[in-house]
Write a protein that binds this ligand. Structure first.
Ligand SMILES: NC(=O)c1ccc[n+]([C@@H]2O[C@H](COP(=O)([O-])OP(=O)(O)OC[C@H]3O[C@@H](n4cnc5c(N)ncnc54)[C@H](OP(=O)(O)O)[C@@H]3O)[C@@H](O)[C@H]2O)c1
Length: 324
């Protein structure tokens, strides 16, 4: 594996490592664990039929230079890792896409694919879910951690839907950046939530922040038509949802929604829709995302600690290589 991305999503894998089995993908000897990352790698040796040496793939890796997989269902587009310990884990993480069989792949956009594909994928599925549900009868979508890549990708998609107003909630320091993205109709710092008009709305929670969730539910009361829990960027302010006004929050898990759409549309139908929406999105990304490259454990630790401390610049995407 020669390059991978680092965003808050990777930290969430660790926060949820026990609860959602993320430590189990790439087991390490106690007390160590491998942080899962999304990246590109080359097949350097193969005894598997249909997976020739030299094949370049995109997928889920440990933050390490090498991974041994046991390819199954190999085709011209992808294969699945059938290593026994991965079989009980969510299927979406076990699939490796070949660059030579993937219509969406462009070598010059590898960094974007690493940094955004899994997040964009999630946003695509949330946008589709909200549309499928007729926005639960609401005209407004309120997104927390609006400066995050997952939220901005969702805002980008929702913004294109007629009759949907997209409101972003973010930290005061990220208001200006979030406004500059141009995909939110309104951007409001967390502590000014009360300035919003009370109208039928859905809440898509990327922050996991218990106080913000309670404030959103408290503000919209029965006008809140749906509350989706997606992320936990504010991992230090998590908490239960007792005594919330309005509907109970429902966890949105992208791999589960993907499974449903695979059944509805077939894998090829899903891939086609994703690819069609991906290209213009990448063009939009090119207008604001600055990619910074790093290499080796020192860069990884520095960037990881900045991210952990909430000091990262949301306009910067970090692409790393494992180093020697
Ligand atoms: N459920 C699913 O299937 C699914 C799928 C994909 C991703 N997700 C989740 O979506 C979330 C967003 O991931 P991402 O990779 O898009 O994030 P990202 O782009 O790295 O998000 C950065 C933003 O998160 C907030 N943040 C990050 N670290 C923080 C800290 N230490 N303290 C306070 N705020 C912090 C800040 O936003 P604000 O200032 O705007 O709050 C920051 O601008 C993650 O929790 C991820 O796991 C869930």
């Amino acid at each position: 594996m020669d390059r991978f991305g680092l965003t808050t999503n990777n930290i969430t894998y660790l926060v949820m490592g026990d609860a959602m089995n993320y430590w189990k993908f790439f087991p390490a000897e106690e007390p160590w664990g491998h942080m899962p990352v999304w990246g590109f790698g080359d097949v350097v040796a193969s005894e598997a039929e249909g997976v020739p040496e030299g094949t370049r793939v995109f997928g889920y890796f440990p933050s390490a230079s090498q991974l041994v997989v046991r390819p199954d269902r190999a085709s011209e587009t992808d294969f699945v890792d059938a290593t026994p310990h991965r079989q009980e884990l969510a299927a979406a993480y076990n699939r490796y896409l070949r660059t030579d069989g993937n219509d969406m792949y462009e070598e010059e956009n590898e960094d974007y694919e690493i940094l955004l594909w899994p997040l964009y994928f999630t946003s695509f599925l949330i946008d589709d879910f909200l549309d499928d549900e007729g926005m639960f009868g609401a005209g407004t979508a309120v997104l927390s951690s609006a400066s995050s890549r997952t939220s901005s990708a969702l805002a980008y998609l929702l913004h294109q839907r007629e009759g949907v107003e997209v409101i972003g909630l973010t930290s005061p320091r990220n208001v200006e950046f979030t406004e500059s993205l141009g995909v939110y109709d309104k951007v409001v710092p967390y502590d000014e939530l009360d300035s919003l008009e009370r109208e039928p709305a859905v809440y898509v929670d990327m922050s996991g922040n218990a106080k913000v969730r309670s404030a959103v539910h408290g503000h919209y009361q029965d006008e809140l038509q749906h509350s989706a829990s997606v992320g936990i960027t504010h991992r230090e302010d998590l908490g239960g949802g007792s005594e919330l006004a309005g509907p109970d929050p429902v966890f949105f898990f992208a791999p589960a929604r993907l499974q449903k759409r695979n059944e509805d549309w077939g894998a090829a139908g899903v891939n086609q829709r994703l690819a069609d929406a991906w290209r213009p999105y990448v063009e939009w990304l090119g207008g604001w995302l600055r990619v910074e490259h790093g290499s080796g454990p020192e860069d990884l630790e520095r960037i990881y600690r900045d991210m952990l401390g909430g000091r990262s610049d949301p306009a910067v995407g970090h692409v790393l290589s494992p180093g020697d």
